[in-house]
Design a protein around this ligand. Structure first.
Ligand code: ADP
Ligand code: ASP
Ligand code: MG
Length: 814
């Protein structure tokens, strides 16, 4: 004999009920089948809702009733071309009963636990009749038996306790004589010794099936649902979760106790001692292996078997000096909760005994507070203890595994993974058996926490990075294309799953928590929502994805001003925008501090030399104990272009115009020609070398003519270039007469920095610098005479994008 249970998700529509019928027929060819069914998916909630409406005098309960009725008759019609009269009559009778009960509740304004159980029993009564009669109607040998005649309980309504000695006997007696090849039983419902309707607790159909399986001592109990087994964590919240092949009874109980809804926790009890394995299977995918729950679980190499969570938790804290060393406080506290029938899910107590902290279901918190404050009325009045504090909006996340006790450092890993992602832990509990480590966190962090922990304990091989890019102009576009092209390589070789979860330009922005489709991002962005800096930050924060990185590819001061917001949320910042790092020293220091405090990387390699590894090299030198004594560098691609093309045969004006036309200068060429841009770069290098200075501290010997310096518009400025051609030719002639090249040089030497035009003699490393190349020479304690030199293209969209990309990968590799 086989016992199969099909949950609400497996009997939610005619289509899926047909699948169930197919499975039953196949099984019945081998052996007799007992099939326990839940109410049609979602119906139990609707029944309860109708009851609450009636109780609160909301006449709309009749509409809810009609909806419930409609759902059942639709299913009957879809399953049966010509439904039998007995099916239609019985269903109508059950619905009539149900309607009378609702009317009664409406009339007397009361929904007691006893009435609630009667009300909820209609769901399983209906589904079991419909399925059994459909089978019969199709000529399949089947019968329905009312479980209320087989399972007897006490009168503890809403979660009644089973009288096993009577129930086992009734079940055995019935099936000893039954000759049906398929017997349909309603799950969840039972009857008390006094003949009242009772239920076994929400999700209790699993339990019904286990009671029957144990009474009949069958070989296995099969629980059919909408997922292919018990997963490493809730697959609806973590895409990477996968089914666990085999798991012990204890682990399964622990996971389900902490919220893995796929199995109702008490289900394990009846089958445990008899060693009857529970097989979890997927109705939509019957070929999938599923999960076997038994004593012979293979532990595999993983100490953590699964991660689960329970939402809607309230944390109660009782504290005060009056508790220290005085026995009996905990006893009184727990007695109070027990009298109120409030279930305690988690307990932690500080070893000082100064406080005790409990996790319970949030909807019971108010009752708990009133009862506990009443119990400790005297102590509270005398300020020996404080009134109970209640925090809500919380959730418990638990790591579960029989083998965790044999591994060190698991809790450390758990806490640091959560900490790195800015998930604040409110309370911790670890059972002495070490089968479980639980933490209490904010409800809004649950999805991120589960994904983070899953990555930590089950996907050690891949790390997901979620990138949010603002400013998708020239450079941004290249970055997106580079990411798209390298996605597979990164996954295969660096085990990094790099996704772009948000994009914005100055007009619109788009987001996708599963990663944007990079084949179609331009169209999507064009029709995105209106862009705003606050809106962008709020969405990044709300999505709350692990390993989030904000990438700034603008030159905008307002964008730069948002970095602290991101860092405070432990979101990494990658910027090619130079404004933040060259702003005043207090702000720069603040960003560095926030980065350390919130464990959020702040990287800006492209601030100097575009894609050249200038800052990273400097940081590595310092981290390895070296000291920078001086830096000499040509850091402006634009100025290099200008002075490489300027000579006695050209006009300075024409060369600058050409540089602008080819995109080598800022739209306002004064930013480049005045040396401000270069000054910002050497400032950033000096700061990274450990010197506190500001932009004003950098000596800037400008080569511009006096009128050029004074010009107050771009047009005026170009005018001065024509007018002052002689001034610029003089600079060239002086250099040429000494056989020198003109280069715009940035210097940092023993704490002082300067920028200015210099005549570079033949043989100097700067002399042959071509096109828009940059060069940086680091003189350090370890490189005193021959400097470390970094040279290459220092401007351009592709190299800048690759510099940003390198920063993102640096974060991924950490
Ligand atoms: P049924 O109606 O079949 O009883 P339930 O909704 O009670 O189905 O349970 C199945 C659901 O449990 C899944 O759809 C899934 O969302 C949820 N679930 C939570 N944690 C887990 C887990 N660790 N493994 C599998 N499913 C889980
Ligand atoms: N129908 C009941 C519920 O929704 C029992 C079950 O589905 O297991 O709680
Ligand atoms: Mg269930």
């Amino acid at each position: 004999m086989n016992v199969l249970k099909f949950g609400g998700t497996s009997v939610g529509s005619s289509k899926i009920i047909n699948k169930v019928i197919g499975i039953l027929e196949k099984y019945a060819q081998q052996e007799a089948v007992i099939c326990v069914v839940s109410a049609v998916g979602g119906i139990t909630d609707k029944l309860l809702f109708a009851g609450r409406q009636a109780q609160s005098k909301d006449a709309q309960y009749t509409e809810t009733f009609e909806a419930i009725k409609g759902i059942h008759f639709d299913i009957i019609k879809e399953l049966n071309e010509k439904p039998s009269e007995i099916l239609l009559d019985t269903v109508q009778n059950i619905l009539d009963d149900f309607k009378s009960l609702l009317d009664g509740i409406y009339l007397i304004n009361e929904l007691s636990p006893k009435t609630s159980d009667k009300l909820l029993s209609y769901g399983e009564k209906l589904s079991s009749f419909i399925i059994a009669e459909t089978l019969i109607n199709r000529g399949i040998s089947a019968a329905r038996k009312n479980t209320q005649e087989l399972i007897i309980t006490n009168s503890n309504f809403t979660k009644a306790e089973v009288d096993y000695s009577i129930s086992n006997q009734l079940i055995r007696d019935y099936f000893k004589t039954s000759e049906e090849s398929i017997t349909i039983l309603p799950g969840f419902i039972a009857r008390s010794r006094h003949g009242e309707d009772t239920t076994l607790g929400r999700g209790g159909s699993d339990f019904t099936a286990a009671i029957v399986a144990a009474a009949l001592q069958v070989k296995t109990l099969e629980i059919w649902t909408d997922v292919s087994g018990m997963f490493t964590t809730n697959p609806k919240l973590v895409k990477q979760a996968y089914p666990i092949k085999s798991i012990s009874y204890q682990e399964a109980m622990e996971l389900s106790h902490f919220g893995a809804k796929v199995l109702y926790p008490p289900t394990v009890q009846p089958v445990l001692d008899l060693n009857i394995p529970i097989h979890i299977k997927n109705t939509m995918d019957p070929e999938a292996e599923g999960t076997i729950i038994s004593n012979e679980a293979t532990n595999g190499s993983k100490p953590v078997k699964g991660i689960s969570n329970i939402g809607n938790i309230a944390l109660l804290t009782l504290q005060g000096s009056g508790m220290i060393g005085i026995p009996g406080f905990s006893k009184r506290l727990f007695e109070t909760l027990s009298q109120e029938k409030i279930n305690v899910i988690l307990i932690t107590q500080a070893s000082s005994e100064h406080s005790i902290c409990l996790g319970i279901e949030a909807h019971e918190a108010e009752r708990a507070k009133i009862a506990i404050d009443h119990t400790f009325e005297y102590e509270i009045a005398w300020h020996k203890i404080e009134p109970l504090t209640v925090e809500t909006g919380l959730s418990i996340v638990a790591l579960v595994g029989d083998n965790m006790k044999n591994h060190q450092g698991l809790s450390g890993k758990m806490f640091s993974a959560l900490g790195r992602n800015n998930v604040n832990i409110r309370a911790i509990a670890q059972g002495a058996s070490e089968k479980n480590i639980s933490v209490v966190i904010a409800e809004r962090d649950v999805k991120k926490a589960l994904n983070t922990l899953h990555e930590q304990f089950f996907e050690t091989k891949t790390k997901q990075l979620n990138v949010f890019i603002t400013g998708v102009g020239n450079v941004g576009e290249r970055l997106v294309e580079q990411i798209k092209a390298q996605k597979k390589y990164l996954k295969d070789n660096l085990k990094i799953n790099l996704r772009i979860a948000g994009l914005s330009n100055s007009r619109t922005m788009i987001f996708d928590e599963d990663g944007l489709d990079l084949n179609n991002w331009k169209n999507q962005l064009a029709s995105g929502e209106k862009a705003s800096l606050n809106g962008f930050f709020d969405t990044v924060k709300k999505l709350n994805l692990r390993n989030s990185i904000f990438v700034d590819i603008t030159a905008n001061a307002d964008v730069a001003a948002t970095y602290p917001d991101y860092l405070r949320e432990s979101i990494g910042v990658v910027a090619c925008n130079k404004i933040a790092c060259s702003s005043d020293i207090e702000h720069y220091n603040l960003l560095k501090r926030l980065s350390l405090k919130y464990n959020a990387p702040f990287l800006f390699e492209t601030n100097v030399g575009a894609g050249l590894p200038v800052i990273d090299t400097l940081n590595n030198l310092i981290a390895s104990g070296d000291k920078i004594t001086s830096i000499q560098a040509v850091l402006s691609g634009s100025l290099n272009f200008v002075f490489n093309h300027f000579n006695a045969e050209t006009r300075f004006y024409d060369v600058v115009k050409q540089a602008a036309a080819e995109g080598y200068t800022e739209p306002d060429p004064r930013i480049d020609l005045s040396g401000v841009d270069v000054a910002r770069k050497i400032l950033i290098l000096a700061r990274e070398a450990g010197v506190e200075m500001n932009l004003e501290d950098i000596e800037n010997k400008s080569f511009l003519s006096a009128s050029g310096l004074k010009s107050d518009s771009v047009e005026d400025f170009y005018e001065t270039l024509i007018k002052d051609e002689a001034h610029y030719q003089k600079l060239y002639a002086s250099a040429a007469s000494k056989n020198c090249q003109l280069k715009y040089v940035a210097k940092f030497d023993h704490g002082k920095a300067s920028v200015g035009l210099e005549e570079i003699p033949q043989g100097h490393p700067f002399y042959n610098l071509e096109g828009k190349d940059n060069i940086v020479m680091f003189y350090t304690i370890r490189y005193p005479e021959q400097p470390m030199i970094i040279k290459g293209a220092g401007a351009g969209a592709d190299v800048t994008a690759s510099g940003l990309f390198a920063d993102i990968i640096r974060i991924g590799n950490n």
